[in-house]
Design a protein around this ligand. Structure first.
Ligand SMILES: *[C@@H]1O[C@H](CO)[C@@H](O)[C@H](O)[C@H]1NC(C)=O
Ligand SMILES: *[C@@H]1O[C@H](CO)[C@@H](O)[C@H](O)[C@H]1NC(C)=O
Length: 238
């Protein structure tokens, strides 16, 4: 099966039917304390309702996965329950030029047309710094996606789970980080942050099911893309 298929599995076509199995998210996750992850952003296409996660890295920039790109993206800040969304914000899209619907370069920045007002419920998360030593392997992911890999079961409230980062030699590509556990992101969790030691070090990208109970989940290695990120932010039109 192609990598493209695996990438698309983490995208979620949000059901328009109200009230069907909408009360969990993230496989084996638990409900986040409402608004305790103020950098977390809900991203959805205005028309197709395709949904992703993302995270606020500046008042005017959200980071997410390039495979979440659709024509009419809207971002929602300070969300806990997706049944109760604030007004959506329109964005300018900067997806990685080399992303080609396969593994690699799965990173995108969204520039908010109306910058966020930071508060208790809306805040930014730090990115890793360049030339830092080891990153912590105690990590966490969160999202509004499916709570079972093979069953439509998206969550309306944010859910999170702790994960341990694997050593890089166990990953498929040099520009990714990975985890391999029963728990973790599923459809609809794409684009969300992998947070290790209070920094957003990864972006949920795709997974490979290689055993019945464990999934090798791949995240874009944010550190690797710092020069790209800085150039996009610096050159973005005002
Ligand atoms: C993750 O680990 C932290 C620290 O060990 C703990 O306080 C927290 O409850 C854990 N979160 C989940 C979702 O299990
Ligand atoms: C992530 O990228 C940084 C910067 O290029 C690199 O130093 C680090 O080794 C990468 N991590 C992995 C697991 O490949």
């Amino acid at each position: 099966m192609s990598i493209f298929w695996f990438i698309t599995t983490l995208l979620l076509l949000h059901s328009c039917t109200p009230g069907v199995g909408m009360d969990h998210g993230i496989v084996n996750g638990k409900e986040s304390i409402p608004h305790s992850r103020p950098y977390m952003v809900y991203i959805r296409d205005k028309y197709t309702q395709l949904a992703c996660g993302g995270f606020l890295i500046r008042e005017d920039f959200v980071m997410t996965a390039a495979h979440c790109k659709t024509k009419h993206l809207m971002v929602y800040l300070g969300v806990d329950d997706t049944h109760d969304l604030p007004e959506g914000i329109e964005v300018d899209v900067f997806s990685h030029e080399s992303f080609a619907n396969k593994a690699g370069d799965d990173i995108m920045l969204l520039k908010l047309k109306t910058p966020a007002t930071l508060s208790k419920t809306v805040n930014i998360i730090a990115l890793p710094e360049t030339n830092r030593e080891e990153i912590s392997s105690n990590c966490m992911v969160m999202g509004w996606g499916w709570q079972e890999h093979d069953k439509k079961s998206q969550s309306s409230v944010l859910r999170e789970v702790n994960l341990t980062l694997l050593a890089s030699e166990n990953c498929a590509t040099p520009h990714t980080l990975c985890t391999k556990e029963e728990a973790g992101p599923a459809r609809g969790d794409s684009g969300g942050p992998l947070i290790c030691g209070n920094e957003a070090v990864g972006i949920v990208s795709y997974y490979i099911m290689n055993e019945i109970t464990s999934y090798l989940t791949m995240y874009t290695n944010v550190s690797h893309y710092l020069p790209w990120i800085h150039s996009k932010i610096m050159n973005a039109p005002l």
